[in-house]
Design a binder for this molecule. Sequence first.
Ligand SMILES: Cc1ncc(COP(=O)(O)O)c(C=O)c1O
Length: 455
Amino acid sequence: MLDRDNFLRAENTRHQFHPMIHPIISGAHPPQIIMQGDGCYVTDIDGNRLVDGLGGLWNVNVGHNRPEVKRAIIEQMDRISYYSSFAGTATAPSIELSAKICEMAAEEEITKVMFCANGSDAVETALKLSRQYWQLVGQPTRTKFLSLKQGYHGVHFGGLSVNGAPYYRNAYEPLLGGCFQIDSPWTYRNPYSEDPEVLADAVITQIERTILAQGPQTVAAFIAEPVQGAGGVIVPPGSFWPKLRAILDKYEVLLISDEVVTGFGRSGAMFGARGWGVKPDMMCLAKGISSGYVPLGATALNKRVADAWYQGFSEQGIIMHGYTATGHPVGCAAALACLEIVEDEDLPGNAARMGARLLEGLKPLEQSCSIVGEVRGKGLMVGLDFVSDKAARTPMDPGAGIVERIAAYAREEGAIVRPAGSVIILSPPLVIEAPEIDIIVNALVRACARYDAEQ
Ligand SMILES: Cc1ncc(COP(=O)(O)O)c(C=O)c1O
């Protein structure tokens, strides 16, 4: 065992490119090796047992090592581990899961689901099917996509093209043409107003102007996250999503809700858009669908969109899209077990309650810590925005390494938290309870106090 541990430490970054980091930096600061998990805790290679403030990567919503999920996976593997959804075959779990998702999203009139392996796939599927939808309903010029700055929609070429942060795109351009980003309704940092209503209206006006400038007959869809996650946990004003739905309806533009993070409870409602009282035309789902036990994603279509394929047969309507992993039986079996837990244990409700406790516990840092500009969040998505100048709200330069230092201190205090640019992101499992929330809060409060004491 020790031999293996020594091998892992020595070889940690030798043969593997890690995402979202320069390989030289990850070589110099090797990633922490996580060996085990149970519930809201993980144990690293050095034997440290830590509260998982990230829930893996916003995804282990039911917690680690759940016997029900493992049992479902093994039972499915005992039957068959894989068979294709192409070419006239299907497997049982994908049939059951598609029915389950349509039942859970009946309020949104979701009637069709297409499976894939992850969130980036789910976004790609939504973008492609939205273009196909417009072809099927006789408006083939509707091909363009709108999205929000600070938005994150995965890493495939389509998703990158609608991504609202240039640093994800720069190395991989040129991307898809016809994609336009609009200012995010971000109360803490925007050139318009701190008044949420004025801000929401300013952004909606910008959306309308962009649609009109492009020509409504050329715009296929608007894609957005109900709460922007990777962009820094940006919670829009409460009126923004209803106003967004209204303006898109005015010009018949489809609304794609990227629910990869918010889907299945994280923002305190079963779906993020539902939390804003809005029914999207499509939803991108992944992460919490299978809590990371097996990779899985899905794109859900409402009746309005799905019905376009049922106007009669046409070559145009053939869905020339799909992945080897589409409908993966083990992924779907894991998801069925996870979604049962989400419902039985009311994880959206717990996310709302525990999220409020987390936010309340961390909010005082805005006053007590010299570099915390804002603590914000919704449900179990919380962000601490670090600044180099509080009055000017200047984001802390990620190159300064200060946010990483705070995260490292928090880890020494018993919680894994995620530094992402100038923000620390928290997204613990949705099964978390008060004692573990308090461990995260205390770890960050002590980490910030330690930083200030060192100045
Ligand atoms: C909103 C959103 N969409 C899409 C993705 C991409 O998902 P994946 O990393 O599973 O490809 C993510 C990942 O974090 C996400 O947060």
